[in-house]
Design a protein around this ligand. Sequence first.
Ligand code: MG
Ligand code: ZN
Length: 200
Amino acid sequence: MPADALTGEAAAVKLAPVVVLDRDGVINHDSKDFIRSPAEWLPIAGSLEAIARLTRAGWLVVVATNQSGVGRGLITPESLTAIHARMTAAIESAGGQLAGLFWCPHRPDEGCDCRKPAPGLFRQIEAALGRSIAGSPAVGDSARDLAAARAAGARPILVRTGNGAATAAALDEPVETYADLAAVADALLQEKARGAGSAS
Ligand SMILES: [Mg+2]
Ligand SMILES: [Zn+2]
């Protein structure tokens, strides 16, 4: 479910590298009781600056997030909109920009095709951008984020924030892992500087 119109010139959108970010546990602190209001949305240290650095380097930063609290009746659509307005404002005050924000509002039992580990949100991103995101980095803190990235042909990256440490401990195959989003941004920017980026 795309929230915002994609920004930027169409031609630039075709050429710029894309990075897909999970929200809870990657950009902001997660809660097992769900993030239900803007006041509960608290950024992880360094995440806003990481998005700003990626934005300044020409990356299209897109968020893809499971928000089953909506389908469970715990988060109203209005609250989700307000939470996302707070997040967007925080990112913009740090100097960053989101090129898109996509979420799945469904409960697991609804069997939708957009709740990660399904790749539906990635397909929505591709439809909105008008291009493939195969090989693009996709950052998450849970096994379902990695599985969705794999299913979409993206490059799964795990961060140890949020559920990430527990996810790392339970991995059945190795995956590219960093301490947090700031470390991911460092790695992607160094890669791009070397001209060796796989995100294209
Ligand atoms: Mg998460
Ligand atoms: Zn869904």
